[in-house]
Design a protein. Structure first.
Length: 545
């Protein structure tokens, strides 16, 4: 029987302490109140921009450029219906011939982003007989950049877009250092690091606000609105984080569960990546709590508990019953209680007709815990190395995105049918794709550390062992898999879709978070660098107006 506090003789994983502490408690409701002047200004600008959008001639370059800027500046959510109508019209009229690479690529990308299938044959006119792109295009930097961004919306077997990606990447990389136009240079540099398709909406907006205003052709009204709107939203996000910090402080897990990663603000950032709009405020707070507690459970399995303790803990979570608390080790009880409380709170907050959603949320928590337990069993049975396929099925679940894709919808205000939740429960392609991106990128950057800490073999280890592959070959294989499943994600957006578009967008955004945080290191666990800077720019520093 474990002692009531975590046993001192056990190894504590060396996670660095929280970067933020309880910093966000200082963002009081008074400090983050949106002033009347801000409300009036936002509404006034919004109407003027709506008018501008509606009055731009249908299908014109002016309209394309305006929609693209709105999306990249993070204000498109105000104009969903108008943009939807405009792009539908552009799509319906897309038989027109244009020989401008920039325009053709921009139109293609906007139409595909909206879920319409436009054939990649529109790019054939820019290639030679041999299928290679014409060398004359290399002088058109704006066109190359536009084609590069469009090629990131490709699906499997689109050879012309594979060719486009190679062609544009090669040329943009070779000319970027010589660009004299600074906004364009910054834009190309950012694009090569991460294309629009993989960029988190808020992170992209924050960067693009400054790129856009330095562009000579920018629209002053739109630029000002984007800054105002960013700051107004930032106050809302600070308020949410203030509430969540209070919840986290009251749990006192920093003292009760010292072995776990103390990463509340990072969890909130993660969920802000999934949805940032005001209408998702309730869902965002719920989902941050779910992610935080799942992270603590993950660390309990991974870094601390004995196998016997995990048997009882897993069983208690499967039972989901307050009476089961006596059957688990005393130090685990606060975790179990917090988990039950989060879902009870959801049930209280949801209207009667939405309560069924909580069942699906719990179902996915039970499922991820069973998967964590499976990994613990493998580790406990020292002689057992799972087959690669067997490991993959489990590690796609422990990647967390099946749990995330379902739980992030529990608190949303929109109508979601039971069929949509059932669809998610059956592990659809887009969710498996996001899960694979999560698992592969996490394992590639965390591979060496995991080995040192004596964790269960990663999918990389299993693959190397089973196929006699070197580490480099295994990395190459998983990077290729990641590239391919991004194409699957793109394809899942083609209409008619099986579920509402906003459900698919959540899965896309989960994939974007991983692409952002796990490029070079595990940016969640090691959150002192890149992630700290991103939290700063999104949640602390306002945009200068």
């Amino acid at each position: 029987m474990a002692s009531s506090s975590p046993n001192k003789s056990r190894p504590l994983a060396n996670f660095h302490p929280t970067v933020w502490g309880y910093h966000f408690l200082s963002y009081t409701p008074q400090l983050t109140e949106i002033t009347n002047q801000e409300k009036v200004e936002v509404d006034e600008y919004k109407e003027r921009i709506r008018k501008m959008l509606v009055e731009a001639p249908e299908g014109s370059l002016q309209k394309l450029v305006l929609i693209d800027a709105m999306q990249r500046l993070g204000v498109a959510y105000h104009f969903d219906n108008e943009i939807e109508t405009s792009i539908q019209n552009i799509f319906d009229a897309s038989k027109r011939n244009d020989d401008n690479l920039y325009v053709v690529s921009l139109r293609f990308r906007l139409v595909r982003q909206q879920g319409h299938y436009m054939s990649s044959d529109v790019f054939k006119q820019f290639t030679n007989q041999d299928g290679k792109f014409k060398e004359t295009l290399t002088n058109d930097v704006q066109g190359l950049l536009s084609l590069y961004e469009a090629s990131n919306l490709r699906v499997r077997d689109e050879e012309i877009l594979e060719e486009a990606l190679t062609f544009t990447t090669t040329h943009l990389e070779s000319i970027v250092s010589n660009l004299s136009n600074n906004p364009l240079k910054v834009e190309v540099t950012e694009a090569l690091k991460q294309p629009i398709r993989k960029t988190l909406p808020r992170v992209g907006a924050r960067k693009y606000i400054s790129i856009y205003e330095n562009n000579d052709a920018h629209n002053h009204l739109l630029s000002k609105f984007a800054k105002l709107d960013f700051n107004v939203l930032q106050k809302l996000h600070q308020r949410e984080l203030n509430d969540l910090t209070r919840w986290w402080k009251d749990l006192d897990f920093a003292n009760k569960i010292p072995y776990a990663r103390d990463r509340l603000v990072e969890c909130y950032f993660w969920i802000l990546g999934v949805y940032f709009e005001p209408k998702y405020s309730r869902a965002r707070k719920m989902m941050t709590k779910v992610l935080k507690i799942t992270s603590v459970i993950d660390d309990t399995f991974d870094a601390y508990a004995t196998f016997d303790e995990l048997v009882a803990f897993t069983d208690a979570i499967q039972r989901w019953d307050a009476n089961a608390i006596d059957s688990i080790s005393p130090y685990m009880r606060p975790i179990y209680q917090a988990l039950l409380d989060i879902y009870s709170e959801m049930e209280q907050l949801l209207s009667i007709e939405c309560k069924y959603r909580v069942y699906y949320g719990k179902h996915e928590i039970k499922k991820i815990v069973r998967a964590y337990f499976k990994e613990a069993q493998w580790l406990n049975d020292a002689n057992y190395i799972p087959k690669y396929e067997e490991h993959m099925e489990i590690s796609l679940v422990t990647a967390g995105y099946m749990m995330g894709a379902t739980n992030c919808l529990v608190g949303v205000e929109e109508f979601i049918s039971k069929d949509t939740f059932e669809w998610l429960m059956n592990e659809p392609l887009i969710v498996r794709a996001a899960s694979l991106i999560s698992r592969a990128m996490d394992d590639i950057v965390g591979h060496e550390d995991e080995q040192k800490r004596g964790h269960v073999a990663s999918i990389i280890e299993c693959y190397m062992k089973e196929y006699g592959a070197s580490k480099q070959e295994a990395y190459a294989k998983f990077k290729k898999d990641v590239t391919n499943v991004w194409k699957d994600i793109n394809k899942e957006f083609f209409r008619p879709t099986e579920v509402p578009m906003f459900v698919l967008e959540r899965a896309l955004n989960f994939a974007r978070v991983i692409d952002t945080l796990y490029q070079e290191v595990d940016g969640y666990t090691n959150s002192k660098g890149l992630l700290k800077n991103m939290v700063n720019s999104l949640l602390i520093e306002s945009v200068k107006i």
